[in-house]
Design a protein. Structure first.
Length: 253
């Protein structure tokens, strides 16, 4: 998505299916679909003949080895915060000769995040739990915590760390958001509430349990703005319109 935002999709010779899901115009170009940075294949990379392979966490050691064996230059990204993501955008823009577009993209992200922060600054701050994986339960990354704060919520838990159903229940979140890596918008919301014994949790009792497409929160790219809009709609639904990529537990009843 970074390459799409800075106008360099023409440089892409191959990408993962997750990239194509969030940037469908790639498929229209007939771009080769390859394995991701968890299951990378040397043969696939060599066949695509790239000058540079760009990948972001999470990595598996074997997959990194496969990338390095291809002989292509490798840019491995491991951002944690929004500031890290801005730096990565600038780096990719510099490598591809799109410095101005990169700076424009960063400024647009900063402006929308700040505008959302201003809209929510005087409102109540519901307690929000976001998870990026369900078994084991893993809290969303630090950049998601920053977006939750900008959207007017109080982020519960330690970003990027494992937690438990019992620990989370004791914290009584007002809003629960599941954005499982690789699951798109298919997280079984009713099932996780039932299986975890969360029926009496404030979020569950008020039907404030949501799924946000994982690409909108887990992809460290300009698509995070779509995640921000979805977060704002869940945290302050009376003040922000229903966003794309968002599903509420009540939608499935």
């Amino acid at each position: 998505m970074i390459l799409a935002a800075i106008g360099r999709l023409d440089r892409v010779v191959a990408c993962t299916k997750y990239c194509a899901d969030v940037c469908p115009e790639i498929r229209n170009r007939g771009t080769t679909i390859v394995a991701d940075s968890w299951t990378a294949s040397t043969d696939q990379i060599v066949a695509a003949r790239p000058d540079l392979v760009i990948a972001a966490v999470p990595y598996q050691e074997k997959a990194v080895t496969e990338i390095l064996k291809s002989g292509a230059r490798f840019l491995g990204l491991a951002p944690r915060t929004l500031a890290d993501i801005y730096t990565d955008i600038a780096a990719i823009a510099g490598i591809t000769g799109a410095l101005d577009r990169g700076e424009q993209t960063i400024q647009e992200m900063l402006q929308e995040i700040e505008a959302t922060r201003q809209q929510t600054s005087s409102r109540s701050r519901p307690r929000v739990f976001c998870e990026e994986w369900g078994k084991p339960m893993i809290t969303s990354q630090p950049w998601v915590a920053e977006l939750v704060a900008a959207a007017g919520g109080e982020f519960i838990g330690t970003p990027g760390k494992q937690t438990s159903a019992e620990a989370l229940l004791a914290q009584n979140p007002d809003v629960v958001i599941a954005a499982w890596c690789g699951a798109g918008d298919r997280v079984p919301l009713q099932k996780i509430i039932r299986d975890r014994g969360w029926e009496q949790m404030p979020a569950a009792k008020q039907n404030r349990v949501y799924c946000i497409r994982d690409e909108f929160l887990n992809t460290p790219a300009p698509t995070l703005i779509l995640g921000l809009r979805a977060l704002a709609a869940t945290i302050h639904p009376d003040n922000f319109p229903r966003a794309s990529g968002l599903r509420c537990i009540s939608d499935t009843q």
